[in-house]
Design a binder for this molecule. Structure first.
Ligand code: ATP
Length: 668
C-alpha cells in the first residue's frame, strides 16, 4: 500500500472515532513526521509519549520525572479534546492486567472527547481484551514517490556540498530509486550518499553497491539466499539470442515503457545441458536489470513439516514482494518440484501440486517488478503446468556451445584471469573441444593455469592442450540424456543460440565494423561465397560451395548451414538406391533431400562412409543399427551408414553410393 493511502485510512478511522490504533513500523522518524503532518491537517493536537520522556508536551502539574504506563493513562484525560497520542513502544505494558483494565475504562471518554491513542513501534501485539475497540495497521515502507522525494533531497544536499557532479537523466534516476526500494527512507539516504558521493558518472558498480544494501532484507528468511552481482552479460560466452532477448526485457522496466503501457516481464525458464551457463545467466540478468538476486531454496521449502510448506511459500513470496524490484531465481526446479507428476500419488505430491499452483498463480497476478528465472537440467519430473505457454515469457533451450561460442567462452575465462587471448590458438582449442560445456571449458583454463604455475611455467598453448586432453566432457557419458533433451526442446523452446555460422558471420561483420572507417554501404563485408549463393537463391551452388570450402561435411552440418535460406527439417531421409535399407540421414525437409539427391546423381558431390565418432561429437545420430561400410548383402531392416559429403569421389565405395533416393523415416 502507498503511504498516502495508509494516511487516508488512519484519518478515516480517527474521524470515525476509533480510540486505539496499533501502528507497526520500523521507520519511526519518517512515520512520526507523516503523522505530525496528518494531525496538523486534521487540526488535532499531537502528544508523544515514551517511557523515558513521558508525555510531550507535558500536561501542567504532572510529574514527568517518573514516567510510567499508568501515569500516561491518568494524564491523558487532562488534555483537551481532539488530540492524537503517539505512544511509542508500549507493548511491554499491554500484558499488565491493571494497565489493560484502566485502558478499557478509558475507552468511552476517549471516544466522546475525540482522542485516539496511536500505539506505535516495530512490535505490535493487540491484546484480546482490546481487539474489539482497536485496529492494527502495518505502516508500509516508502513507495516509489516517497523515495523520489528523498532522492531529490539527497541530490540537492550533495550538490550544495559539491560532493557530486552527476548529471542524471530520467532513466538513471529511475534505476537509482528502484535499486533501493524495500529499504527504509533513512537506509536509502545512507545508501545513496555512500554510492554517489564523489562521483562524476554512473557505472555498474554504483548499482551493485546499492543493491547489496538489500542483503539484510533477505536475511530474515532461511529460504531465500541473496547473491552478490558479480557477473554481467559480457561474462556470458555465446547465447546471443538469449542475451538479445534479455536486453529487450530490461528496457521494458523503464519509465518510458511504463508510460506506453508495455507490460512488466514475468520471467524465463532456462532448460538445458549442465554447465552451459544457466545459473550464470540468472546472475547476469539481475545485474543487467539492476535488481537484487534472490535464490529460493525449493528443497528446504518442501522439506518443511506437513502443512508448513504452503505457509512458508506464501511468506517467502510476500518477502520477495517487499524487496521488489527483484530477480527471483528458482534453481534446478526439476529436482525441487520432483514427484509432482510421479505415480506415488501421495500426500507429498498433493502438497507439491498445490505449491506449484500457488507459485504460478502468484506469478500470474503479481503487479510488482519481479522477474523469475527458473533453471532446469531435465524435463522429467518437471510440472507440465510450468511449461505451459504464457506462464513464463519465454522457454529457452541452452545447448552445448558451438564452435564460435567455445572460442568466446575460452577467451572470456582467459581474459578474466588476465591473459591476452591473442597469445593462444583458440580456434584450434575450440575445434578440439566439441561437446564440452562452458563449465568444462572454464575447467580447461583453470587446470592449465594451475599446472603451469605448479611447474614453474608461463601458461602456454601446450598447457591448455594438456588440460583439454585430461578433461572428459560430461556429454560423452550423458549423450543419451542430452540427445533426448535436445529432441524434446526442439519444437517447444526457443534456442538460446542462433546458428553458429550466422553467428560467425555476424561476429566477423562486427569486427569489421569496429575497424572500418565510415565508408559507403557498397563496401560492406561480404558473406562467404557459399552463403552469398544461397542467399541469392542459388541453393544447389551454395551447398556445393559450402562442401568445397569445408572439405568434409556431415549431413546435420549442411542442415545447419542452410537453415537461414530454406526449410531444412522434416520427416524425409536419404538412402542408397543400390540397397534401400542403407539409410544415410533422416529428419530433413523434402526440398533439401531433393537437392542432395540431384547433386549426388549429377556427381557434383559424393557420399563417403565416415566414423560414427564424428556424429557423436556433434551430438547427432539415428536410432538404427550402425553399418560401418556399404554392403551388397540384402538388409532386412533399415540401418544407418554414418556418412559425410565431399566434392571428390570415394576411392572404393563411390559406385555403391553414386545414386541416392528420398525416403520417409522418423526424426533424426
Ligand atoms: P548446472 O545446471 O549444472 O547448474 P548451469 O547451466 O547452470 O549448470 P553454470 O553454473 O552457469 O551452468 O556454469 C558453471 C560455470 O561455467 C559458470 O559459472 C561459468 O564460469 C562457466 N560457464 C558456463 N557456461 C558459460 C558461458 N556460456 N560463458 C561463460 N562461462 C560459462
Amino acid at each position: 500500500m502507498k503511504t498516502e493511502a495508509v494516511l487516508d485510512d488512519i484519518r478515516c478511522r480517527v474521524e470515525a472515532g476509533y480510540p486505539l490504533l496499533f501502528l507497526k513500523t520500523a521507520e519511526e522518524d519518517r512515520w512520526e513526521r507523516e503523522l505530525a503532518e496528518l494531525a496538523l491537517e486534521m487540526e488535532r493536537g499531537l502528544v508523544t509519549w515514551t517511557i523515558t520522556c513521558g508525555l510531550q508536551p507535558p500536561v501542567s502539574g504532572s510529574d514527568q520525572d517518573r514516567p510510567s504506563a499508568l501515569r500516561l493513562l491518568a494524564d491523558l484525560t487532562e488534555y483537551p479534546d481532539d488530540h492524537l497520542f503517539l505512544v511509542k513502544d508500549f507493548h511491554p505494558w499491554l500484558t499488565d492486567p491493571i494497565v489493560l483494565r484502566r485502558l478499557r475504562d478509558l475507552l468511552p471518554e476517549l471516544i466522546s472527547r475525540r482522542k485516539t491513542l496511536l500505539f506505535f513501534g516495530p512490535v505490535t501485539t493487540v491484546p484480546l481484551d482490546l481487539a474489539k475497540d482497536s485496529v492494527k495497521i502495518d505502516l508500509p515502507l516508502p513507495d516509489y514517490e516517497d523515495l523520489r522525494d528523498e532522492f531529490n533531497g539527497v541530490m540537492v544536499e550533495m550538490r550544495e556540498q559539491h560532493s557530486t557532479s552527476l548529471d542524471l537523466n530520467a532513466d538513471e534516476e529511475d534505476r537509482l530509486i528502484k535499486a533501493v526500494m524495500g529499504l527504509t527512507a533513512q537506509e536509502a539516504r545512507k545508501a545513496w550518499l555512500r554510492a554517489l558521493r564523489g562521483r562524476s558518472e554512473l557505472n555498474d558498480e554504483v548499482f551493485t553497491t546499492l543493491i547489496s544494501e538489500k542483503r539484510t532484507l533477505a536475511s530474515g528468511s532461511d529460504l531465500l539466499e541473496f547473491y552478490d552481482l558479480e557477473e554481467n552479460v559480457g561474462d556470458i560466452g555465446g547465447l546471443d539470442q538469449l542475451k538479445d532477448w534479455m536486453s529487450k526485457r530490461a528496457d521494458a522496466y523503464s519509465p518510458r515503457a511504463r508510460e506506453q503501457g508495455v507490460p512488466l516481464p514475468k520471467g524465463m525458464l532456462l532448460l538445458g545441458v549442465q554447465g552451459c551457463g544457466k545459473s550464470l545467466t540468472a546472475r547476469a540478468t539481475a545485474r543487467l536489470l539492476s535488481f537484487p538476486l534472490m535464490r529460493l531454496d525449493i528443497a528446504a521449502l518442501l522439506g518443511a513439516q506437513r502443512g508448513e510448506s504452503e505457509k512458508n511459500m506464501r511468506n517467502v513470496l510476500a518477502l520477495v514482494e517487499s524487496i521488489a524490484p527483484a530477480v527471483l531465481w528458482l534453481d534446478e526446479i526439476e529436482k525441487g518440484f520432483a514427484g509432482v507428476e510421479g505415480d506415488t500419488g501421495g500426500a507429498a505430491d498433493a502438497t507439491m501440486l498445490r505449491l506449484v499452483g500457488t507459485f504460478l498463480t502468484w506469478m500470474a497476478e503479481i503487479s510488482k517488478p519481479i522477474f523469475v528465472v527458473a533453471t532446469a537440467n531435465s524435463v522429467e519430473n518437471l510440472p507440465p503446468e510450468m511449461l505451459r505457454r504464457g506462464r513464463f515469457d519465454e522457454l529457452f533451450f541452452v545447448d552445448l556451445p558451438n564452435f564460435e561460442e567455445r572460442k568466446h567462452i575460452l577467451g572470456i575465462h582467459l581474459s578474466k584471469r588476465g591473459w591476452k587471448t591473442e597469445q593462444f590458438d583458440l580456434d584450434d582449442l575450440a575445434r578440439r573441444s566439441d561437446g564440452f560445456s562452458g563449465a568444462e571449458l572454464e575447467q580447461i583454463v583453470v587446470t592449465a593455469l594451475i599446472d603451469a604455475f605448479g611447474n614453474g611455467r608461463v601458461l602456454s598453448q601446450e598447457e591448455l592442450e594438456r588440460a583439454w586432453r585430461t578433461t572428459v566432457p560430461l556429454s560423452v557419458t550423458m549423450e543419451d540424456k542430452i540427445f533426448a533433451l535436445r529432441n524434446w526442446a526442439q519444437d517447444r523452446c526457443r534456442r538460446a543460440t542462433s546458428d553458429s555460422r550466422v553467428t560467425a558471420m555476424l561476429e566477423a561483420e562486427q569486427r569489421n565494423d569496429a575497424t572500418r572507417l565510415p565508408v559507403d554501404e557498397d563496401q560492406f563485408v561480404p558473406l562467404p561465397p557459399w552463403a552469398q549463393l544461397a542467399n541469392a537463391g542459388q541453393l544447389k551452388a551454395g551447398i556445393v560451395e559450402f562442401i568445397r570450402t569445408e572439405g568434409d561435411v556431415l549431413f546435420p552440418q549442411i542442415q545447419e548451414a542452410m537453415e537461414p535460406y530454406m526449410d531444412i527439417k522434416g520427416d524425409q531421409g536419404l538412402a542408397a538406391r543400390s540397397n534401400p535399407n542403407t539409410v544415410l540421414w533422416a529428419g530433413m525437409s523434402q526440398p533439401l533431400c531433393e537437392l542432395l539427391c540431384e547433386l549426388v546423381s549429377s556427381k557434383r558431390i559424393y557420399i563417403h562412409p565416415t566414423d560414427i565418432e564424428r556424429y557423436k561429437s556433434i551430438q547427432k545420430g539415428l536410432r538404427l543399427s550402425i553399418l560401418k561400410e556399404p554392403t551388397d548383402e540384402k538388409l532386412l531392416r533399415a540401418s544407418w551408414l554414418p556418412s559425410s559429403l565431399r566434392t571428390a569421389p570415394h576411392p572404393v565405395h563411390s559406385a555403391r553410393l553414386s545414386r541416392i533416393g528420398r525416403m520417409k523415416l522418423g526424426g533424426s
